[in-house]
Unconditional design. Sequence first.
Length: 205
Amino acid sequence: MKNVENKKFKISNILLLALIAIAIVLITLLVIKYRERSINEEKLKEVVLEISEETTKENKENEGEDTEEIPYIEYEGYQVIGKINIAKINLEYPILIESTEESLKKSISRFGDGKVNEIGNLCLAGHNYINGAMFGDINKLENGDEIEITDLHGNKVTYTVFDKFITDPNDTTVTKSVEEGRKEITLITCIHGNKDRLIVRASEK
């Protein structure tokens, strides 16, 4: 009887130690991931500042002149084409030129070929992080809220949210303009474990 009890005790201890080991590994991975995201967020703040400095510098140098030359800014191997600012949710990120698995880990990325602050629909994709980073808080946006997009010339356009909805990941209609001849933006992020997409649409104020 004692042998059976000892055996059960040993098995219980082994299971407990295994659970503790798994918990330690998971916590370590979460800490590492959090650390990586924190470092990335700090780097992104520097890029946003660089955009502001470059556009200010360009505006002073070309004051009173028309110029097509755009400052070239790069982040982690991806060209930066502008920045997005949403004051309501304390969001400010550089916009990367394309959406890839890697670019989406780094910052907000352009989805499709829309042009920054031009006629048409500029689609922007971003991860939905639980701590609110990237597009983690765009679910808090409501009709009438404002979104600012700044290009690398320093030109800023304010957009007003007019729609928010959930759709299927294969819904390509979100990339099309709602109203022809207007400047629009569409924010896209994953929800429900990547099964659905949350869409926020806004048009020039």
